[in-house]
Design a binder for this molecule. Structure first.
Ligand code: DQA
Length: 144
């Protein structure tokens, strides 16, 4: 049976392509979604790709994944560094989680060095731009 991957994107990632291009690159979120859909199709995975600027909405979607997804790929954006709620929701799902960041958060301001999501993720990819999403999908395909 086709495995289902939920790909979540946190706040301000809807602005990709125009937001701080020197840090996040020129690709829009729609470009990244297209890359994810193409990669999932190649690997026979179904792809549910979403973005929200609201922590509670992301928590709701993670909770729903208990029934509707086999793995989660998440770029929690700024919530990586602040959200115990997203950490707790991901723990409760008990499915493989891969964390992605476009930028290398460890080369940036100290406040970005810690992520509440990393300790509940099987792996973390950062600094590789949109390619990080592709690699995360490939990793999930192997894990599943
Ligand atoms: C980000 C890194 C975060 O620190 C930042 O708040 C983001 C994007 C990234 O993809 O590099 O919004 O998650």
């Amino acid at each position: 049976m086709t495995k289902r991957v939920l790909i979540l994107n946190g706040p301000n990632l809807n602005l990709l392509g125009s937001r701080e291009k020197s840090i996040y690159g020129g690709k829009t979120l729609a470009d990244i979604e297209a890359l994810c859909r193409e990669t999932c199709e190649t690997l026979d995975l179904s792809c549910d790709f979403r973005q929200s600027n609201h922590e509670g909405e992301l928590v709701d979607w993670i909770q729903s994944a208990r029934k509707t997804a086999d793995a989660i790929i998440i770029n929690p954006a700024a919530y990586s560094h602040t959200s115990l709620a997203i950490h707790d929701a991901l723990r409760a799902v008990d499915k493989p989680v891969v964390e992605v960041h476009l930028s290398n958060i460890h080369q940036r301001e100290p406040v970005r060095h810690h992520s509440y999501v990393s300790s509940v993720a099987v792996g973390v990819i950062c600094g590789l731009g949109a390619t990080g999403y592709k690699l995360a999908i490939e990793a999930v395909a192997e894990i599943l």
